[in-house]
Design a protein around this ligand. Sequence first.
Ligand code: HEC
Ligand code: HEC
Ligand code: HEC
Ligand code: HEC
Ligand code: HEC
Length: 359
Amino acid sequence: MSATRLLLSFAALALAAAMPVAAQESSLSEITEAWLNGQHGDYRSPSYTHWNEDGAVPTDCAACHSATGFLDWLGADDTAPLSVEHPATINTAIGCVACHVSEAETLDSVPFPSGVTIGALGASATCTVCHQGRASTDTVVAATRGLAPDAVSEELSFINVHYDVAAAVRYGAEVRGGFQYEGRSYASRFDHVPSANSCVACHAPHTGEVETEGCLSCHQGVSDITEIRTRLADFDGDGATDGGIRDEFEGLHAILHDAILTYARDIAEAPIGYAEDSFPYFFADSDGDGRIDASEAVFPNRYASWTPRLLGAAYNYQLVAKDGGAWAHNPAYAIQLLHDSVASLSERVDLDAGRLARP
Ligand code: HEC
Ligand code: HEC
Ligand code: HEC
Ligand code: HEC
Ligand code: HEC
């Protein structure tokens, strides 16, 4: 039995002892099975093994990438809460104890990268800690302060909001997880129906899967959640409004992609391209073919001709790319971010942005 396995089964046993008997009898082994099959239990994932060669997960990264780091953040290790004091153990998935230790069960308020704290989170508080991303409007504003919007600056580099940033999108303007343009107003949290209005109301906590039967009982006439739509406007201007709201995202995201490429070529005068699986995602498109191939998607070739305007648009492009559920987490907010990013670039390049609608 590997050390990791041993740690996990020990954690499950310790938890079993603390759980009411009914819960143990009915489902403890099912829960453990569900968790092992879900992503939090996948201890081979890069999310837990990325630091194996270094021997420890650094304090900056530990809260979300190691069970011991999360316990440290919670203050369940006798250190201060809401901060990580020690590098954490490598190769430890997010185990039962991480979410069920009393400090996790009672956690109710969570601070975001913007400094704003959201309260009354209940059982979704732990989710909100790890799925909030690592940057906000404020990060982009601070990096670009005092720079001319369309001047290339060597001081700038891509700002990556991070991954699976559901909570940042869900709370919208309240936490400023997207890059919000000055002078525009943005949707706050997506207030959905009470039965589907929190992380754990929509996602099964142990598998992470979306519980879709409930969705379809209200959203009638669709056979798949990706067909859900209540807004009628043609946000991406393609003339079609019969598909799900997710289709509007895909349309707008593609328009923003092309707008970023056009602006970089014509205004920054250095072609750019996006590679979704390679850090730091935006690279110099040396051959100018509009695509980033494997030889281009390497760190030394990262894009280096950023202007403030390009940086803000790229930030929002990545935010939507890295929240696979943005269309369900907060459709209005995410569409506003995509729309305004295109509108901003269209102040300098010809994009026909007039046909796009804004929620
Ligand atoms: C606020 C929580 C949080 C912090 C802090 C954090 N991460 Fe992450 N990170 C995540 C989440 C959530 C994912 C899951 C994405 C996924 O599905 O693979 C992730 C994924 C990753 C991945 C895998 C990316 C991929 O493409 O699958 C790497 C690498 C990573 N993080 C590096 C870091 C580093 C380095 C740090 C510290 C400098 C850090 N993270 C800090 C939450 C965090
Ligand atoms: C990512 C956080 C997380 C992890 C990891 C986690 N749980 Fe849970 N667990 C929850 C949440 C959230 C609930 C639902 C609580 C609520 O709705 O009040 C829950 C509920 C439970 C319940 C109550 C019965 C039920 O199904 O609602 C038991 C028992 C349980 N978990 C056991 C475990 C065990 C055993 C593990 C490890 C194999 C584990 N949990 C891992 C978050 C987690
Ligand atoms: C301690 C940090 C942490 C907590 C707490 C946490 N997550 Fe995660 N979550 C992660 C990481 C890291 C990953 C990516 C794992 C991987 O790459 O395999 C992830 C993956 C996921 C995924 C799968 C994402 C995908 O790309 O397929 C879902 C869904 C998810 N989490 C939802 C939740 C929910 C709901 C809760 C609360 C009950 C929660 N998470 C609590 C860190 C956390
Ligand atoms: C209205 C229901 C709803 C709420 C509330 C909700 N989600 Fe989601 N979430 C979804 C849907 C739908 C998807 C897309 C799933 C898919 O495409 O398979 C998704 C996707 C995700 C993903 C990415 C999974 C992937 O496969 O890429 C993560 C991680 C996630 N949600 C975490 C959370 C967290 C954390 C919260 C709370 C802050 C939350 N969600 C709130 C419905 C919801
Ligand atoms: C109890 C009924 C009910 C349930 C259950 C429900 N919804 Fe909804 N949903 C609504 C209503 C009503 C609206 C319109 C709310 C609004 O616009 O303020 C809506 C709006 C939405 C929207 C926004 C669509 C758009 O065009 O902007 C999405 C996405 C969505 N729901 C997804 C889901 C998902 C995913 C689930 C399941 C996890 C779900 N819903 C479960 C009633 C429900």
